[in-house]
Design a protein around this ligand. Structure first.
Ligand code: HAM
Length: 410
């Protein structure tokens, strides 16, 4: 028997309905904040992602050569593609641009709970606003979106410049290595790297910076940064809006394009793969041939949110099972059309079963049976049976429609 590829999943209808219900809640929040959906290709030139995505992601990429000998990659994330699209299609559009997406990404990671090779992100990118208000808006939106799903999480907000200030004398590769240790909270690795560089003196301040939850204290440890006032304003806006978060200057982010504010959210019940959102301010446009445009965005790991929510079932449709005898078949098609036109999910027997077998099947799968026998075909009425209460009556089509609709509205 053939199996699906490792790290991918099949979704049955119940699961798809639950996923779509959560997806639509996210869409609704994005809409309210003015973020409009965009869509980019599933694969792009490899170069788009090797320029600034960071080693981790490059190693995990699905890369292939197309028939024209071009090196392509399945997208490991969407931000780089959205910025490429912005330069190709919309660089003259009035700023800022508020865009969102819901799309699948591919990373060749070792699969485990919450970590897949194909996974979905719901993301937003705010392009062309370089202010504290922009940073704050994106973080508020992140918090609103996660709240809309009902997931329980902790939101952490940091800023890269503080850590960068502390390690600014190190070689760029070493700076990156130190940041990677801190990102993974690998303090032993950090210690070893600093020792090898003869910079053990940095260990104390780096650890203190990662541990403080206080902005003034963070500036004391890391020294003042040019973005100090902007970060203070961002934090003040978050506080004014009642966003629940904690400051954390250990956030380094796995991707290399971030420049300032960074933030991540973690769900309570996911174990190792508990990061359900990541984002920050970044600059990518100039690398892809555009003007240097400041952007800020994030992506929610949609699958992890679903795992964290556990078994959620979407509100079920009211289902009508259309039961008919051969003499009623033509009328049943008309009745089916009327129910479907009224927005009611209606399923007709396709197995040429007898009346009893059709009713038994409807009882297993539907809320109502609408029976069209010879008598109903002649009179134009329908027999409506409520399959929960067992109550049955012969009535006009309009009355039956009204009753089923009222059930659905309950
Ligand atoms: P990221 O942190 O690499 O950021 O991914 C965002 C989220 O995708 C993660 O927080 C996680 O929930 C989810 N995720 C990542 N890998 C997997 C996986 N293998 N299986 C399941 N879920 C996963 C980005 O991708 C940036 N583009 C976010 C961004 C947007 N920054 C600015 N704008």
């Amino acid at each position: 028997m053939l199996q699906k590829p490792r790290g991918t999943r099949d979704f049955l209808p119940d699961e798809m309905e639950a996923r779509r219900a959560v997806e639509w809640r996210l869409r609704e929040v994005a809409r309210r904040w003015g973020y409009r959906e965009v869509c980019t290709p599933e694969f792009e030139d490899l170069e788009l992602f090797t320029m600034r995505s960071g080693e981790g992601i490059i190693e995990e990429m699905y890369v292939f050569e197309d028939k024209g000998g071009r090196k392509m990659a399945l997208r490991p994330e969407i931000t780089a593609a959205v910025i490429r699209m912005y330069i190709n299609e919309a660089k003259v559009a009035p700023k800022p641009l508020r865009w969102c997406y819901y799309a699948d990404c591919f990373r060749y990671e070792r699969p485990q709970k919450g970590r897949y090779r194909q996974f979905w992100q719901f993301g937003v990118e705010l392009i062309g606003a370089d202010t504290a208000a922009a940073d704050a808006e994106v973080i508020m939106l992140a918090s609103d979106m996660l709240n809309s799903t009902g997931v329980k999480y902790e939101l952490k907000v940091g800023h890269l410049s503080l850590m960068r200030n502390l390690v600014k004398d190190l070689e760029p590769v070493m700076q990156r290595k130190v940041r990677a240790h801190l990102d993974k909270k690998d303090f032993d690795g950090l210690k070893a790297t600093l020792e090898s560089l003869n910079r053990s003196d940095l260990a104390g301040s780096l650890t203190a910076l990662v541990e403080t939850r206080n902005l003034a204290e963070a500036f004391e440890i890391a020294g003042a940064i040019p973005e100090k006032e902007r970060l203070e304003q961002t934090v003040a806006s978050l506080d004014a809006c009642g966003v629940k978060y904690s400051l954390n200057f250990g956030i380094a982010r796995g991707l290399d394009y971030y420049t300032g504010v960074v933030f991540e959210a973690f769900a309570e019940n996911l174990g190792a793969e508990n990061q359900i959102l990541g984002g920050g301010t970044y600059r990518l446009a100039h690398l892809f041939g555009g003007d240097d445009v400041a952007s800020c965005g994030f992506a929610i790991g949609f699958d992890r949110v679903m795992v964290s929510l556990g078994e959620t079932t979407a509100k079920k449709d009211t289902i009508v099972g259309l039961v008919c005898m051969p003499e009623g078949r033509k009328r049943a098609l008309e009745v089916g059309r009327a129910f479907r036109d009224a927005g009611i999910r209606t399923e007709m027997d396709l197995m040429e079963r007898g009346l009893g077998a059709q009713l038994a099947h409807a009882a297993k799968s539907a809320d109502f049976a609408v029976v069209i026998g010879k008598k109903e075909a002649e009179s134009g009425e329908v027999t409506l049976k409520n399959l929960h209460s067992g109550e049955q009556k012969t009535t006009s089509l309009e009355a039956a429609l009204a009753e089923v609709r009222a059930h659905g509205a309950r």
